[in-house]
Design a protein around this ligand. Structure first.
Ligand code: MG
Length: 332
């Protein structure tokens, strides 16, 4: 690849009105926030990245405030003037700094974009260059949609109907204790055949296993992150008690976490959010762990703008991403 030299990086904090509120077991977001990263090379190529942090530390500890702080004070000064041949150099340049994966992801994503553009390469093909042979992008991706908790099951059913009409191939519903078994039962009564999955965002504990076992009767594609964000071990105790496949989201930060979760039997499916794991370099490692272990993989979403979604869509077109991804239309 033709190298790039990073001349400037500008940050654009944004707030967008949400087309549809997403209420999860963490609460509801008032609006969509993000820090958009604009990276300019010495040849005037512009690469874009998105840091999908929220205003409050909810899904992760990072916020828009922490992202602006670490980007401005530490990450950007480290990168200005550097000549980069491959985006996988970025985690090495930033390795002295602990944590803050979303902020690291955002600058790395801007570098991937700039390098791909500077080399006239579709982003998906730039990703594939870092994988073993046989990982040619498919040119398309499977997508599903995520539906937050509504006031009533009737309202949820109305939204599901609308989304199916729009062509989404898989429906994901957010759940919490008290908004779970009856919801699944009523949805299955109306739609016995759709690809249906539930996402608990860590709302349960291991002693809820008898309750969670009731979900096994609904032929779910998966149950996402039922237990603690930091608890791969307890998921390994829960998975053997369920016939439904557990998918881990919040618990997976690295390729090592992925290997540990798979080998402990904590889950049978992995949700990869490139922003959660610090970038596409780590994402490519996680991808390879899943392919080696033949574990189904899909790309999750953090309500990204079109910038974050475009890059995730490129990644989702890799052949090892085998399940529908949370990449809904940009009008959402
Ligand atoms: Mg999730």
């Amino acid at each position: 690849m033709q190298p790039i030299t990073i001349e400037a990086i500008h940050l654009h904090p944004i707030g967008l009105e949400l087309a549809e509120k997403l209420r999860t077991s963490y609460g509801a977001e008032p609006f969509k926030s993000a820090v958009i990263v604009e990276l300019i090379t010495s040849h005037g190529v512009i690469g874009w990245g998105e840091c999908p942090t929220k205003m409050k530390p909810s899904y992760t500890y990072e916020t828009m405030g922490t992202a602006l702080h670490v980007l401005n004070e530490f990450f950007i000064p480290k990168l200005i003037g550097k000549t980069i041949t491959t985006p996988t150099e970025i985690p090495v340049l930033l390795k002295a700094y602990r944590g803050h994966p979303m902020a690291k992801y955002a600058v790395e994503a801007a570098v991937w974009d700039a390098l791909a553009k500077a080399n006239d390469l579709p982003l998906a093909e730039a990703f594939a260059l870092h994988l073993p042979e046989g990982n040619t992008p498919k040119g398309s991706a499977l997508v599903g949609v995520s539906i937050g908790m509504q006031d009533t099951i009737e309202a949820t059913l109305e939204i599901i109907t609308k989304r199916l009409e729009q062509g989404y191939g898989r429906i994901k519903l957010k759940i919490e204790p008290g908004w779970d078994v009856e919801l699944a039962r009523r949805v299955r009564a109306v739609y016995p055949e759709i690809q249906l999955m539930l996402d608990a965002n860590s709302a349960y504990r291991l002693h809820d296993s008898d309750h969670l076992r009731q979900l096994d009767q609904f032929n779910l594609l998966m149950l996402e992150q039922p237990l603690g964000a930091d608890d791969i071990y307890e998921h390994s105790k829960l998975q053997p008690q369920l016939t439904t496949a557990i998918c881990l989201d919040e618990s997976i930060h690295t390729a090592n976490d992925t290997r540990m979760a798979i080998e402990l039997g904590a889950c049978r499916i992995i949700n990869l959010k490139p922003a959660r794991v610090g970038g596409y370099t780590e994402s490519l490692k996680i991808y390879q762990v899943c392919v080696q272990h033949q574990v189904p993989l899909w790309i999750g979403g953090l309500l990204e703008t079109g910038i974050g979604r475009a890059a995730n869509l490129a990644f989702a077109s890799l052949p090892g991403v085998t399940l529908p991804c949370d990449i809904s239309a940009t009008d959402r």
